[in-house]
Design a protein around this ligand. Structure first.
Ligand SMILES: [Zn+2]
Length: 270
């Protein structure tokens, strides 16, 4: 009579070690996708620490049937390690197997935490780079203070490219810094915010194009060119949209604990 584990005990044993072999020197994955969509390949074994039946390896007659079938008496191993531990009882003692189980459960948790920390660090690094991209007159000054509208448009285009590719070009076309595009941001919330910012930047460029066609603004002055918008609402829209963009960006900065950017650079005094 074998005191086998129930399915739920087997699942718990595997789950708690991330379905990897609990021999710390092995750590082989034991589960993967089968060819059929619903199929799972399993090469793992819920092994008994003290044998399931009399005469088996490390059999302990002093424990109850319930204890023998319990989670405490099991260890998740790959097939070769499960054969290994049963082939040498002196080498693979009850204490040793319990230590393996303990260590593997701890490693499984550490692996989870590690990945999260790494991803957050990477995200924060990318956000810092993007903030740098926005720290320029095109996003910090009111539209009435802009120099050439072509430069304004180019600055927005460069920022869209920087968000999408991680490459920030300066106004003379040289590459200022290379990072990575927003698509690799791990946090879905941050990625969505950056996507929204990108859409708003595209809208700014489109609106500027229409404004130019319609002659919504005129230039005056020699050398230091100034702009005059005939449409006050449009002028306000350009400022309001950039203010909103920086607000969204700054909400991400706040979560990372770095300074955000504000529009306009200096609070306007009326
Ligand atoms: Zn193994």
């Amino acid at each position: 009579m074998r005191d086998d584990f129930s399915q739920s005990v087997k699942d718990l044993l595997g789950n708690r070690v991330g379905w990897k072999c609990s021999n710390p020197n092995c750590r082989k994955p034991t589960r993967g996708a089968g060819v059929e969509k619903t199929n799972i390949i399993n090469i793992g074994v819920a092994a008994h620490i003290t044998a399931a039946s009399k005469g088996g390896p490390r059999y302990d007659e002093n424990i109850t049937v319930q204890e023998r079938k319990s989670f405490e008496n099991g260890i998740w191993l790959c097939q070769s390690c499960s054969k290994l531990i049963d082939s040498d009882e002196i080498r693979y003692t009850v204490d040793k197997l319990k230590r393996w189980k303990d260590i593997s459960e701890q490693i499984a948790v550490l692996e989870l935490e590690d990945v999260t920390v790494l991803k957050n660090d990477k995200d924060a690094e990318l956000i810092r780079f993007y903030v740098q991209c926005f720290d320029r007159p095109a996003f910090r000054d009111r539209i009435c203070m802009e120099g050439r509208m072509e430069d304004f448009d180019k600055a927005i285009e460069d920022t869209i490219i920087a968000l999408n590719t991680g490459v920030l070009r300066t106004r003379d076309g040289s590459i200022l810094k290379k990072s990575e595009g927003k698509s690799i941001i791990a946090s879905p919330v941050w990625r969505e915010k950056l996507d929204t910012i990108c859409d708003m930047l595209v809208a700014l460029r489109k609106r500027l194009k229409i404004a130019k066609k319609e002659g919504a603004y005129s230039t005056y002055g020699e050398g230091e060119v100034m702009y005059c918008f005939y449409d006050r609402n449009l002028e306000e829209w350009f400022d309001f949209t950039r203010e909103e963009i920086l607000k969204i960006l700054s909400s991400v900065c706040e979560e990372i604990g770095i300074h955000g950017l504000y529009f306009p650079r200096e609070p306007h005094k009326w």
